[in-house]
Design a protein around this ligand. Structure first.
Ligand SMILES: [Zn+2]
Length: 395
């Protein structure tokens, strides 16, 4: 996966651009991407509609991104399946009829019912309509069928999630006493996130987010009237205000600060003892991802960034029904820059060599002694770990 952001430049020749983006080591790749992009967009300037001999500044209005992913470890559908998924989401009646042929994941609030695989990972247990009827009244003629959300398609069948935490006590004495045909048990949200098969990660997070969404956006924040399920549970709607409410996804930039042969890892006071990780922060309204990365680095370690190179993205949650989009990037800083950590956010920050990081990756999740201190890094499922792993293996 490759995702590059090119520094904002306007009306520069390729040579000028190259000079500006080659101020330090490690920027040659950025320069090449910048040159290629500028060459492709040779023509009239978007900003001033100037001469055709000028180089178009693609970044006059936004931070340009090149994104290329050939990962096979993501949830993918055929074109026909994408179309069917969209139809089911848009047509509530068709979606309800799809219950009969559908599969259902079961959640007890934010705890999913999961099955262990032979490899020790977790998959959402998928039950059929008959099993779900034992848990909750899924009357297909009832427009406001409670607790279910449409997730998409799985194995070419409509896939839903159902929250049993709000089932009436006469139907279900206790969520832990569920009797269904497939084996499994309820796992905590964070344990599930750590162990779930990667191909189900996005569907799992969507279920978690939508279940939380329907619990918390029951009433309109403008007029106080009740809101209604919309688009098969993917939205809610206030008929009085004619306003649609969407589940929230918060973008978070995860930045690994690097300089010649070293990367910076830091720890927050709330981290478990010995845990060091990269920097991270929520994107502010109106901010581009590049601006967010530069601001976070400046705020947390008191250093100005030179370049920002984006590496990949990942859905994530803190376990309370929230959904974040983690955007991983490398931020280069001047080798002579002095770190000045923000004591309100960080407790410590240290530079680690590639050899240190390789040892930490090999021993994850166990701590190892580095300069006399026990240190460990986030698990492989976290984007912070992937950033470290990719960086350590570059040489
Ligand atoms: Zn309203």
């Amino acid at each position: 996966m490759l995702l590059n952001i090119i520094s904002s430049q306007h009306h520069l020749t390729p040579i000028q651009l190259h000079q500006r983006t080659s101020r330090s080591k490690g920027e040659s790749r950025l320069s090449l991407v910048a040159l290629a992009t500028m060459a492709f967009y040779w023509g009239r300037c978007f900003a001033c509609r100037g001469s055709t001999n000028q180089i178009v500044s693609f970044s006059r209005y936004f931070s340009p991104i090149q994104y290329r992913s050939q990962s096979t470890a993501v949830h993918r559908l055929t074109l026909q399946q994408y179309r069917l998924r969209e139809e089911l989401e848009r047509d509530h009646n068709q979606c309800r009829q799809a219950f009969l042929n559908g599969k259902f994941a079961i959640f007890n609030g934010n705890k999913p019912y999961m099955t262990r695989t032979d490899r020790g990972n977790l998959l959402m247990t998928k039950v059929n309509y008959q099993d779900v009827q034992k848990l909750v009244n899924m009357d297909t003629d009832n427009y406001e069928v409670p607790n279910f959300v449409f997730l998409g398609l799985h194995d070419n069948r409509p896939f839903f999630a159902i929250d049993v935490s709000q089932c009436s006590s006469d139907i279900l004495p206790s969520p832990n006493e569920i009797e269904i045909s497939q084996p499994g048990k309820f796992y905590s949200c964070m344990r599930s996130l750590t162990l779930i098969e990667h191909s189900e990660n996005s569907l799992f997070l969507k279920a978690l987010s939508l279940i939380h969404f329907h619990k918390t956006i029951s009433y309109c924040s403008r007029c106080g009237n009740k809101t209604y399920r919309y688009f098969s549970g993917s939205r809610r709607y206030c008929m009085n205000c004619r306003v649609t409410f969407y589940p929230q996804v918060s973008p978070v930039v995860a930045a690994l600060v690097i300089r010649d042969g070293e990367c910076l890892l830091a720890r927050q006071p709330s981290f478990p003892e010995g845990l060091y990780s990269g920097l991270a922060g929520f994107c502010e309204p109106g901010e581009s991802l590049e601006e967010c990365a530069r601001r976070e680095v400046a705020e947390e370690i008191g250093v100005l960034s030179e370049t920002v190179e984006f590496q990949g993205t990942q859905g994530w949650t803190l376990g309370i029904g929230d959904t974040s989009l983690m955007i991983g990037c490398y931020v280069t800083v001047d080798s002579s820059a002095e770190i000045n950590i923000n004591g309100l956010e960080l407790e410590d920050a240290k530079w680690f060599t590639r050899q240190d990081v390789k040892k930490l990756i090999a021993c994850t999740p166990k701590p190892i002694a580095i300069n006399g201190l026990p240190v460990f890094i986030p698990p492989p499922v976290a984007i912070a770990h992937q950033l470290l792993s990719d960086w350590a293996n570059k040489c």
